[in-house]
Write a new protein. Structure first.
Lengths: 471, 474
């Protein structure tokens, strides 16, 4: 029997990082006292009218351009359904004329995922259900916070181009990096500023798409991957047991790692979309779109390519390190350090592993200087890391001076010989095996020397000394 | 009160009378007669007296006051005012006090007007007689056995009964012009987007417009200039200077071509047809050229309107769900509470239109109903635009009949809907229109003739309206 293929399409809701809400002047703030950032408009009070936030449109256009979409004249529609979180009992969204359509994302591993559309809409409020299971059914009472009501969202709908939970995870990670890079969002999934719905189906390769289920509200990369993998396995089990997959909406339970039924297609709402009469068509001028395009920050893919271009031999490990550096917004510093003379590979590795993007960063010159001292053998790796740590207190400090102050004097060869002699004397059988050709034991002796010198020895010099002793 | 708003404001500014006296006169007229006529759902006498004293104090201090300083006004109860109960004639909003004020009301207050209270209407402005108000109907002051028209019936009564010289109404399919015709007033529906809808509780957002009831064309022009103009809080508000309406009142109609439109006339009572022809003659005598024409597409307006307006209403009225404001019928879960609240809170006409509109937007029916109605709307707009290639204005009847009796049309909603036949096309096209009183029937009930103009040529209505007005008073 041939293997099953999983088909995944994702809908990602991204909260835009605007100062104010989509249709009113209320602050767009997470975590304030409930119902403090509200007005007649975002409470849907009778007589209130929406006025589109131009800043939100600009961020939405940035997203469209970054996702290689066509930005087109668009309209808003009302999506009608009753829900207590939603004050007007309709959501202002976009329907058949989205702002952005027809783009793609290239993932770091080389695949391309199509973007169907990226449209604008408003967020709902948030309910807290007291009593019962904590869900709306069976709750004793519910409290509603409308601070989030009317917060601008862009919903990014992908083509069903993904084939594994890992790929879906990579897609959301890359999408998140793009959205953060263009300044559209802070990308905090755990705070709900990015929420993912996954459409999952399975088929035999070459067959038509199978019946899909939609898993709602996945709020971490890990949950996304787990939910997809569970759901695909569930569908395969059903089909192999001779049953059918029923099209429905499901939720993912973080505790059990399983998906469960929310509502079936029969219960699906008829949203009765129609053009929102309170808003005029959104028709961004070509000049404005061009201006937004020309001010667009470099995207993660270009930034990764830029860093990789600075190193000679590209290894998978290095690709991962570069991804980390860009993901953590350290690539500007690394590039500056490379320009200031730091060896590229070392600067990338030290930035990825030793620097905290959210904390104090060394100046490019000091960072470059530290890398150079390490590369030249003046500092050991351990010492270089300690110098980097010390630079947090004086970001523009002179790495050589700091090394002197910390007492990092490169060991002279005589001292190294003495330590190595002692290590060999303490571990004669290991030394014999090394001499008999077991190369792995070189590292054992490097470790012994490092421990004895508290990391002051230069790793490369130690390796050279060990190799020189082998008969 | 027979004085116009303009002359009352002048008298108050000249200190020949006071805002307090004008307000007291309005309040005592209401006390005397509104038990019978029921124009008001809410009268705020204390607030009105306070506002009037403040105006008088400013005038006494020699301060510059607005053009309506001290003039009492009435506000249809679907326009919000901070802290003042707003019911929309519905039980579902009973007791709701909005936390904000409609732009039009704000602008009236800034001009010195004194809001006296909130006037009766058909529930959520759905109706043509005020018989759909959950708080009982209003009565026509000319003949209290007759309806005042609707939905802005209470606002029409407040002016026709002489309580106040100015009131605000809203017009979705004729809800200002029809009661103006029934009560013998000037009723003006502006170009869509000329007057802000911010704070007007929506019935059908793409059709609703606010406008005034007045006893003179010049008052209508003044009030409309005050409340009109761009409002950044209404995205459909036109962001361009409007033509001066007051100036147009003295312009005359010499050289204008007026289309006497059979499709705004056929089917009306003979006495109304006669008065429209008399109005045409009056305009001709004032130098206009009368052109007989037909625009058969206008006949399609009624059916398009009764799909589009309910469709938008079904969405606009979804928010009355018992969650945040107004009536709540407690039940064990949210959905049951929603249903119980809406069942108890809405009257039969509102429910009928919500169901009609929901159906028109449903999957599988959208194209046949809502979509078709939108096409018809464009067809009517195009037909009007084509007609305006040959004429500057259109003339017809406002209503097919004069004011009818209570209960006459309640049993048959369709016959009630037909009373909007001549007024609906302007709403569908977003064009301005005005009803001007032009005589009475044999029973003495007022007859209104209707002037229609192309979008953003509201000034033409005032030019022609003033000519007809002078003919009547001559
Ligand atoms: Zn707000």
């Amino acid at each position: 029997m041939s293997a099953w293929e999983t088909i995944i399409g994702l809908e990602v809701h991204c909260e835009l990082k605007t100062a104010t809400k989509l249709f009113c002047g209320c602050p767009n703030m997470f975590g304030d006292e409930p119902n403090t950032n509200c007005c007649p408009v975002c409470l849907g009070l009778p007589g209130s009218l929406p006025v589109l936030n131009k800043g939100a449109v600009e961020l939405a256009i940035r997203i469209g351009l970054a996702l290689n979409c066509t930005v087109a004249p668009s309209t808003f529609h009302r999506k009608n359904y009753f829900y207590p979180d939603m004050p007007k009992d309709y959501q202002i969204s976009q329907y058949d004329q989205p702002l952005n359509a027809g783009g793609w994302i290239d993932l770091p591993e080389g695949s391309r995922v199509g973007i169907t559309r990226a449209h604008m809409e408003e967020d709902t409020g948030k309910s807290t259900h007291l009593g019962g299971t904590g869900r709306i059914h069976g709750a004793d009472s519910s409290l509603i916070d409308y601070n989030r009501s009317g917060v601008p969202l862009v919903e990014i709908v992908s083509e069903p181009d993904m084939r594994s939970g890992v790929q879906a995870r990579a897609y959301v990670a890359e999408l998140r990096a793009i959205l953060v890079a263009v300044g559209a969002t802070d990308g905090r999934m755990e705070e709900g500023s990015m929420r993912v719905d996954a459409n999952v189906s399975v088929r035999k390769p070459g067959d038509p798409f199978g019946t899909r289920c939609e898993i709602k509200n996945l709020n971490s990369l890990r949950s996304l991957q787990r939910a997809i993998e569970y759901e695909a396995a569930r569908q395969i089990d059903l089909i192999e047991a001779g049953e059918r997959v029923v099209q429905e909406t499901r939720h993912f339970d973080e505790q059990t790692g399983r998906t469960g039924t929310m509502r079936s297609k029969e219960e699906a709402t008829d949203y009765r979309y129609f053009p929102e009469p309170d808003l005029v068509p959104l028709n961004p001028s070509r000049a404005w779109i061009d201006e937004i395009r020309s001010n667009l920050a470099p995207l993660p893919k270009a930034r990764r390519e830029h860093l990789l271009a600075a190193v000679g031999e590209v290894t998978p490990a290095l690709v991962d390190l570069v991804a980390t550096v860009v993901d953590r917004d350290l690539d500007t510093l690394v590039s500056a350090a490379i320009n200031a003379g730091a060896p590229a590979q070392l600067a990338i590795a030290r930035a990825a592993n030793e620097l905290d993007a959210d904390g104090v960063l060394p100046s490019p010159a000091s960072f470059a200087g530290t890398c150079q001292l390490e590369a030249s053998g003046r500092l050991s790796a351990t010492q270089a890391k300690q110098v980097l740590a010390a630079l947090l207190d004086e970001p523009h400090g002179d790495p050589a001076a700091i090394a002197d102050r910390l007492g990092f004097v490169a060991m002279d060869d005589g001292a190294l010989d003495t330590v190595l002699d002692a290590a060999i004397a303490d571990h004669p059988s290991e030394w014999q095996r090394y001499c008999d050709g077991d190369d792995k034991l070189a590292q054992f002796f490097v470790g012994k020397v490092m421990a004895a010198t508290k990391g002051k020895a230069n790793g490369k010099a130690v390796i050279a000394a060990i190799a020189a002793r082998r008969p | 009160m027979t004085t116009s708003a303009i002359s009352l404001a002048q008298a108050i500014a000249a200190r020949t009378t006071t805002a307090a006296a004008a307000t007291d006169a309005a309040l005592s007229a209401i006390t005397e007669r509104d038990g019978e006529l029921h124009a008001f759902l809410h009268v705020d006498a204390d607030a009105a007296r306070q506002a009037a004293s403040a105006i008088d104090a400013r005038i006494a201090a020699g301060e510059t006051v607005g053009p309506l300083a001290g003039v009492p006004v009435a506000i249809k109860d679907n326009l919000v005012m901070t802290g003042v109960p707003t019911t929309c004639g519905s039980k579902i909003l009973e007791g709701w006090r909005p936390p904000y004020t409609a732009t039009v009301v704000e602008r009236l207050i800034d001009a010195g007007a004194i809001p006296i209270g909130k006037t009766n209407l058909d529930e959520f402005a759905m109706g043509s007689s005020t018989e759909n108000s959950a708080y009982g109907p209003s009565r026509n002051p000319i003949d209290p056995t007759k309806v005042p028209g609707g939905s802005s019936g209470g606002s029409a009564v407040a002016v026709a009964a002489g309580y106040v010289p100015v009131s605000l109404g809203s017009d979705t399919g004729g809800s200002i012009r029809q009661p103006a015709a029934f009560c013998g007033l000037i009723g003006y529906k502006p170009t869509y987007g000329h007057i802000s809808r911010y704070g007007l509780v929506a019935f059908s957002s793409s059709l609703d417009q606010v406008g005034p009831f007045t006893t003179t064309v010049a008052d209508s022009a003044l009030v409309s200039e005050i409340i009109g103009g761009h409002d950044h809080r209404d995205s459909t508000s036109i962001d361009a200077p409007a033509p001066s309406l007051l100036e147009a009142c003295g312009r005359g109609v010499a050289g204008l071509r007026v289309g006497l439109c059979s499709d705004l006339l056929d089917g009306a009572d003979a006495v109304i047809v006669d008065r429209v022809r008399a109005a045409a003659a009056a305009l001709e005598a004032a130098g206009a050229t009368i052109v007989d024409l037909a625009i058969p597409e206008l006949r399609l307006g009624l059916s398009a309107y009764y799909l589009l307006a309910p469709a938008e209403a079904s969405s606009n009225l979804a928010r009355y769900d018992g969650v945040r404001f107004g009536l709540r019928e407690e039940r064990d879960d949210v959905a049951a509470m929603n249903v119980a609240t809406r069942t108890a809170g809405f009257g039969p006409e509102v429910k009928r239109r919500i169901m009609l509109g929901t159906y028109a937007l449903s999957a599988g029916y959208y194209d046949a109903y809502y979509g078709q109605a939108q096409k018809t709307r464009r067809l009517i707009t195009n037909a009007l635009d084509a007609a305006y290639q040959g004429v500057d204005l259109l003339l017809g009847a406002t209503t097919p009949t004069t004011a009818f009796g209570f209960g006459d049309k309640v049993a048959d909603p369709l016959s009630m809907y037909l009373s909007d036949l001549f007024t609906i096309p302007s709403n569908l096209a977003g064009h301005p229109a005005m009803s001007v009183p032009f005589g009475t029937d044999s029973a003495g009930l007022p007859i209104g003739v209707q002037l229609l103009a192309p979008g953003r040529r509201d000034d033409l209505l005032f030019a022609a309206g003033a000519v007809l007005e002078s003919e009547v008073s001559a």
